[in-house]
Design a protein around this ligand. Structure first.
Ligand code: GLU
Length: 449
């Protein structure tokens, strides 16, 4: 059998089934494009139809979420949980609350999560959930009523040994708190059925920082392969949530100079670079006051706020997209390369379009896919589950030591798999192959289920 023909037929059949699910197809294509040699060397994956089984979620739960706003008016949103793959452990993955959420976007995220979780080396399956509900502009009481209604249905389908949701875009510790509260009331059971909880009632220290810190650690590991470091490197970041802000913090601690960043309103160019005082201002602005980075531009006079503009034209050596899928396109990739970018470390899931990714690969810069470099968040979620099971808390230092070790292991396993399958230095291929093989082998072991 010709593997290229098999893969082409496989992708065509998949696209035909759900022609509208573009972002999910994109994610599948990205993984499959790394697998030809793996399938040639291990024909059992083809014979046992592992790919065909892997792209079909084990279960999708789709439900109605009715809630009342502060004026008493009734609203109806859609809720989903995509329980993608449980070969390695209970389904694990975040909950996204954003107007862009559809079954398509959650299938893409659940698929990515399966490989990401596999890379962490922890016993976690993959899943993702959410709603087309936007927390922005809603009062705390409205968010609470929505979260309770969401859980009134979802609680039937989740649990400590079944499916453990966490946060994602639009869903932080506040929303996890409301969901956990309702889950506990309905089940009469205080277990770690969610991660991303606040540390005073079961959360792990360093969970909020984990994804962003992990991104910076991964960039550091990549640079070290070229006898380089973050010391003195100019960096830009998109996305000003947990991931972006804590990536910024760790990049600074590791010697980087962050000169640009972005939120939903526009971007900031700060040629002097962010320091501890500016970072503290930004944290208060984003996490406490939930404001726009426009204010940063007025507060710090050397910096410039650029309304509605992305940061990719700001010259930098290290770039970390941390906002959302397909946020970085081919022209942006070309600009980054022309301006001397040597390291592109993804903090969000699939932020680069396929054409942008091709540019980075062709230029042979250090380029890591989100499923490897942003796995620190779910890894510390796994550590939160461990602490809950043991009924103890680890210190920040203990969690950080695990996180650094896990990011280093992921980095090494990407490089080792890329080398083994003749694509040395290709982190995208390495992450896809390492993530795939572990899940595929577990599926073979467990038979046709
Ligand atoms: N949403 C985050 C991710 O994409 C975290 C998931 C989790 O902690 O379960 O990895």
């Amino acid at each position: 059998m010709n593997t290229q023909n098999y893969l082409a037929d496989f992708l065509a059949a998949q696209t035909k089934k759900d022609p509208a699910q573009k972002v999910f197809h994109q994610a599948v294509r990205e993984v499959v494009s790394s697998l030809a040699t793996v399938l040639e060397r291990h024909p059992v994956y083809v014979k046992e139809k592992i790919l065909e089984r892997m792209i079909e979620p084990e279960r999708i739960i789709s439900f109605r979420v009715p809630w009342q706003d502060d004026k008493g008016e009734i609203h109806v949103n859609r809720g989903f949980r995509v329980q993608f793959n449980s070969a390695l452990g209970p389904y694990k993955g975040g909950i996204r609350f954003h107007e862009s959420v559809t079954q398509d976007s959650l299938k893409f995220l659940g698929f990515e999560q399966t490989f990401k979780n596999s890379l962490t080396t922890l016993p976690l399956g993959g899943g993702k959930g959410g709603s087309d509900f936007d927390t922005r502009g809603k009062s705390a009481a409205e968010v609470m009523r929505f979260c309770h209604s969401f859980i009134n249905e979802l609680y039937h389908h989740i649990g400590y040994h079944t499916d453990i949701p966490a946060g994602d875009l639009g869903c932080g510790a506040r929303e996890i708190g409301y969901m956990f509260g309702q889950y506990k009331k309905l089940t009469n059971d205080f277990t770690g059925a969610f991660t991303g909880k606040k540390p005073n009632w079961g959360g792990s220290l360093l969970r909020p920082e984990a994804t962003g810190y992990g991104v910076a650690y991964f960039a550091q590991n990549m640079l070290a392969t070229r006898q380089d470091s973050l010391q003195g490197k100019t960096c830009i970041i998109s996305g000003c949530g947990n991931v972006g802000i804590y990536a910024m913090e760790k990049l600074l601690q590791l010697g980087g100079k962050v000169v640009g960043f972005m939120d939903y309103d526009g971007s900031i160019y700060d040629p002097d670079g962010i320091d501890a005082e500016k970072l503290a201002f930004l944290k208060d602005l984003v996490f406490v006051r939930r404001g726009s980075i426009r204010e940063y531009g007025t507060q710090f006079t050397h910096s410039q706020f650029r309304p509605g503009k992305k940061p990719w034209d700001i010259p930098c050596q290290v770039a970390c997209p941390t906002a959302c899928e397909n946020e970085l396109d081919e022209p942006a990739a070309k600009t980054l390369l022309q301006n001397g970018c040597i390291c592109l470390c993804e903090g969000s899931n699939m932020p680069c379009t396929p054409q942008a990714a091709n540019q980075f690969q062709a230029a042979s810069i250090l380029y890591s896919p989100g499923k490897a470099s942003n796995a620190g968040g779910v890894a510390v979620s796994g550590l939160e589950m461990t602490q809950n099971s043991m009924r103890i808390y680890w210190t920040r230092e203990e969690v950080d030591a695990y996180l650094q070790k896990i990011m280093k292991n992921i980095h090494e396993s990407c490089l080792a798999s890329a080398k083994e399958y003749n694509m040395p230095g290709n982190y995208v291929a390495g992450a896809n192959i390492a993530g795939f093989k572990k899940v595929a082998d577990a599926m073979l072991d467990q038979g046709l289920v």
